[in-house]
Design a protein around this ligand. Structure first.
Ligand SMILES: [Mg+2]
Length: 313
């Protein structure tokens, strides 16, 4: 009996907590379907479709937002050269051994030239069908990439070649925004076009949050995020857990083996075999599609230069 007041207080607190939890969620989540944050790994994008279908049973489809990364999630370079893993290797070289003969100098310029001249393949045969299946449910789907707007044309070309179209059920105004914009103070220029948000390596959680505000859409009840990089999933979870929006974070592992087996020597040899030709094309036709002028060894490195820089036009 002595415990009764405490028990009553405890029960009152419990009721209050439950009521608070119910009233602070503005979304029409059906009573049977409390949605919670989840972490998964998969090498099959069909799992994302299945997950989205299950979520659509728990809440209105308008409450779901599915976000796909592009590189090594939907598309991958046809060779190691110019891939995400190549980029990371070059980034490391720029810090650790900028005078290495394998260091290309401006890695963004070289990657731009490679995006222009090379093609991409889907990470799995039916990847585009899986994205389409989610779009056909009427669920909002966008792509969120760390690529910057400089790679806009090459990116859309390869998405199209591989039958990805994020225009169907994208958020925001039809076609996106004509102008690039800086999403956060002192941030880098970004572009949202045809359902593809190009964010130039910025924090993906912040970027997604800014995009939701900019488009003015209602905050989703759940975000399904698919990315091969854990740090990007963590970034989205960080931002949206603070906003009480559960994230189903899917790390896509389908390209892990290619990333692990990346061969720098092979990539370097391939680059050496096309470097001069790409520079000659630029010299003859102009730097409209890429500009390798800055892709030279740092001036402090006293070593033979394999390729002479071009003037740029
Ligand atoms: Mg990626």
């Amino acid at each position: 009996m002595r415990n009764s007041p405490t028990t009553t207080n405890f029960l009152s607190l419990l009721v209050l907590l439950v009521l608070t939890a119910c009233t602070t969620n503005p979304h029409s989540v059906r009573p049977e379907g409390l949605i919670q944050a989840q972490d998964h790994e998969t090498a099959d994008l069909a799992d994302i479709t299945t997950d989205t279908l299950k979520l659509a049973e728990k809440t209105d489809k308008e409450n779901i937002l599915v976000v796909f990364d592009i590189d090594n999630t939907l598309l991958a370079m046809e060779q190691g050269l110019g891939s995400d893993q190549w980029y990371e290797w070059q980034k490391e070289l720029s810090k650790e051994s900028p005078c290495s003969p394998q260091y290309v100098g401006d890695r963004f310029a070289v990657q731009g030239a490679l995006y222009f001249s090379s093609a991409m393949r889907p990470t799995q045969e039916n990847g585009a069908q899986q994205v389409k299946a989610i779009q056909d449910l009427g669920v909002s789907v966008i792509a969120l990439t760390s690529r910057g707007p400089d790679f806009q044309l090459q990116t859309f070309r390869e998405l199209r070649r591989n039958n990805f179209n994020f225009n169907y059920t994208a958020i925001g105004p039809a076609g996106g925004y004509d102008e690039q914009f800086i999403p956060v103070e002192e941030g880098r220029a970004s572009l949202y076009e045809d359902g593809v948000f190009m964010t130039a390596g910025q924090h993906k959680g912040q970027m997604l949050s800014v995009l939701l505000q900019k488009t003015g859409i209602r905050m989703p009840a759940v975000i399904v995020m698919v990315d091969d990089k854990q740090k990007n999933l963590d970034a989205v979870k960080e931002t949206f857990s603070a906003l009480n929006v559960p994230v189903h974070a899917w790390r896509y592992t389908g390209e892990d083996q290619n990333v692990r087996e990346f061969n720098p020597e092979q990539a370097d040899l391939l680059w050496q075999s096309i470097d001069d030709a790409l520079r000659q094309i630029q010299q003859a036709l102009g730097p409209d599609n890429y500009d390798l002028s800055g892709a030279v060894p740092p001036p402090e490195c006293d070593q033979p230069v394999s390729s002479s820089p071009v003037s740029g036009d």
